[in-house]
Structure formats: structure tokens, C-alpha cells
Write a protein that binds this ligand. Structure first.
Ligand SMILES: [Zn+2]
Length: 271
């Protein structure tokens, strides 16, 4: 698969958050990728294929530590280069620290889009931490991956949600995603106090509480539909075809590593 990078790069400052947004395009997908810096903390590093697009942002950004929301190549792809060039410590969920010093195996189609992940050293992310001036709480938000965290800057009321949100109406997930855990994690973050949400793909959310609630409602409604179709005696493939008639090109491109089937199967297994 070939990819091209959109030349449009958006570097922005919104109140205390300095960020970069680059879009990567293939025939199958177009996806925006963000990194953010606030109070000396760089959150996620973008993909290796976007290294040159992110570089001016890294140069301009003022950070002394790097925190990763989860171990996926579009979030960790520039960690090795940042470690080499800036020497900033890198933190990730403790269940993934053993993975980062090794060569990471990434399926070919993902490597084509995002590039690989060069080894880097990491430290376990504590439950709470302090940056230059701010207090942070790390919220375990498994679902998209087991090691996924959301990062709450308590001092400023800003929540960084990694890949927990992405879109309110999820139609495909990666095979490793447990959508039931995603749903629980979405409910969990609403217990915390925040005014702003920054998603690593969707950017800053307008009306963040409503958007999270919209995703919760969508998934619960979907679960209801799936269980009703099961009652009618339909199997997982028929239900998937009925509820997701439009086949997302990523399903074929990823050889079904991404598919709506994983969503339907998870709800059926619970039901
Ligand atoms: Zn991810």
C-alpha cells in the first residue's frame, strides 16, 4: 500500500495547549494525527511516516518529559528519535515498558501507513505525577488497547484521551480492541472534572461531555440492536452485514484486522 502525506500541517496554540495536526492519506483511509504539549509534557509522538511533518513542532515545543497514551505505532513512532535528540524521559503504562526496548512487529499494511517503531527506553507511568506547575491524574482506560490511559491535567481541567474517543459513531475497530471495555472507560472518564478534551485523532472536541455521552449512547443502542437480531436467530455475520451494510475500505486493506465484526462479536459474547 502506498501512502502520501498531506502537505497541510497545522501547528496551533489553544490556551495552554500547543499542538500539531498532520493528516495521512492512503487510498483506504485519511486520518489526522495530533501531538500536544502542555506545561512541559509532550503527549504522544505521532507516526514515523510523519516524522518530517512533526519535526518543526518538536523543535518549537518546550517539553522535558514525554507521556504515551498507549503502545501503537501512530503514537510511539517518533519516541526513539525524541529520546536520541532531546533526551526526555518517556513514560508509558507499566504493562508496556518491557515492549519498548525491542523491535516491534507491526503488520505490513500498518507499517506502510505509519512506519515502524524503533526501540526506545521507557519508564512506568505513575498513577499521578507533577509537571512544572500542574498536577496530573492517570486514568486507566482499557478498550482500544489494554495499556490505554487518559491523562487528566487537573490543574487546568484538560483531559487527553488518546484513542479512547476518535469518533462518536465507531463502525470498525481493531481486532485487539475490546469494545465492552471501551464503553466502560468512556463512562469512567465522565466521573472526572474537566472542561476540555483533546483526542489524538479528532483534535480538541467541541462540547466534550456531549460527545463522550453521544458515543456511550451510540454503543448502548448498538448493543440493543445486536441482541435483538440475535433473538431473531441471526448469526454474527448476518448481524454485522445488516447493521454495517457499507463496507469500510480498511476492512479489506487490513485483511479484517479492522472490522465491524469485532464489535458485534464482543456484544454477542456478553449477551
Ligand atoms: Zn491506537
Amino acid at each position: 500500500m502506498s501512502y502520501s502525506v498531506e502537505t497541510m500541517r497545522d501547528v496551533f496554540q489553544h490556551e495552554d495547549v500547543f499542538g500539531v495536526n498532520c493528516t495521512i492519506k492512503t487510498p483506504e483511509i485519511a486520518m489526522a494525527v495530533h501531538s500536544y504539549v502542555i506545561d512541559g509534557v509532550l503527549i504522544d509522538t505521532g507516526s514515523k511516516t510523519l516524522r518530517h511533518e512533526f519535526e518543526p513542532f518538536f523543535k518549537e515545543a518546550d517539553f522535558d518529559q514525554i507521556v504515551l497514551t498507549h503502545f501503537h505505532e501512530d503514537h510511539t513512532g517518533n519516541a526513539a528519535i525524541l529520546e536520541k535528540e532531546y533526551g526526555a524521559p518517556i513514560f508509558i503504562h507499566q504493562m508496556s515498558t518491557h515492549l519498548t526496548p525491542n523491535e516491534t512487529r507491526v503488520p505490513l499494511y500498518r507499517k506502510a501507513v505509519w512506519g515502524g517503531v524503533e526501540p526506545f527506553s521507557s519508564k512506568p507511568l505513575p498513577r499521578t505525577f507533577k509537571s512544572r506547575n500542574d498536577d496530573w491524574t492517570v486514568i486507566d482506560t482499557p478498550g482500544h488497547t489494554k495499556d490505554h490511559v487518559a491523562l487528566l491535567n487537573e490543574s487546568k481541567g484538560i483531559l487527553f484521551t488518546g484513542d479512547l474517543f476518535i469518533t462518536p459513531k465507531t463502525k470498525v475497530v481493531i481486532v485487539d480492541e475490546n469494545i465492552l471495555d471501551t464503553l466502560d472507560s468512556l463512562k469512567k472518564i465522565l466521573i472526572f472534572q474537566f472542561e476540555d478534551i483533546y483526542c489524538q485523532h479528532a483534535g480538541r472536541l467541541k462540547k466534550p461531555h456531549q460527545m463522550i455521552q453521544m458515543k456511550i449512547d451510540y454503543l448502548e443502542e448498538l448493543e440493543g440492536k445486536i441482541l435483538n437480531l440475535r433473538k431473531e436467530g441471526k448469526d454474527v455475520h448476518t448481524i454485522t452485514a445488516e447493521l454495517f451494510p457499507k463496507i469500510n475500505p480498511i476492512v479489506q486493506a487490513s485483511n479484517t484486522e479492522w472490522s465491524p465484526l469485532h464489535i458485534v462479536r464482543a456484544f454477542l459474547n456478553r449477551g
